[in-house]
Design a protein around this ligand. Structure first.
Ligand code: CA
Length: 181
């Protein structure tokens, strides 16, 4: 299980690394957004812990760039900013969860475990919305029992729309879990 920790504050990065390695996770730390972006383009991680305030490109920019490239690695945003607006922006940019510093290490571990569980389900190359199922490998779209293949453009558009639905229901689940409306 590999975790990428993107954090420019040495003390926080060291504490998180030490704690996670104690739990037998393999940890890679990057101090800058550029470094993190290069890493995720060349290596595979199970979870990314992403600080928002970084030198150079900030966390949100990195997150948006990842999602634009359809990298679905679960991202847990770590930030000192504790405003509803920041949380919503983070989730809209493709974050899977959000943790405000300072946080208890036990909570960080629990969130990571939850993301890994969700990530495994999301790894199946299929999108499900209602009774519509899209196989991203065979590019077949199924509704009820009917099976049809879409021309490439329509497939892309439908995939885009389905991803929006999947992501917004993910954000809704998160808001319900955290008791926010
Ligand atoms: Ca920072």
């Amino acid at each position: 299980m590999r975790i990428l920790v993107v954090e420019d504050e040495q003390k926080v990065a060291d504490a998180v690394r030490e704690g996670l390695e104690g739990e037998r996770y393999e940890v890679v730390v990057e101090r800058t957004g550029e470094g993190a972006f290069f890493r995720v383009n060349t290596e595979t991680f199970d979870v990314i812990l992403l600080d928002l305030t970084l030198p150079g490109r900030d966390g949100l920019e990195i997150l948006r760039a990842l999602r634009q490239r359809r990298m679905e690695t679960p991202v847990l945003v770590l930030t000192a900013r504790d405003s509803l607006e920041d949380r919503v922006t983070g989730l809209d940019s493709g974050a899977d969860d959000y943790l405000v510093k300072p946080f208890a290490f036990a909570e960080l571990l629990a969130r990571i475990r939850a993301l890994v569980r969700r990530g495994r389900v999301a790894e199946a190359p299929r999108l499900l919305v209602g009774d519509l199922e899209m196989d991203l490998v065979t590019r077949k779209v199924t509704r009820a029992d009917a099976r049809s293949s879409s021309p490439w453009r329509e497939f892309e558009l439908l995939e885009f729309l389905m991803r929006i639905r999947v992501r917004s229901s993910r954000a809704r689940r998160w808001r319900e879990m955290s008791g926010r409306k």
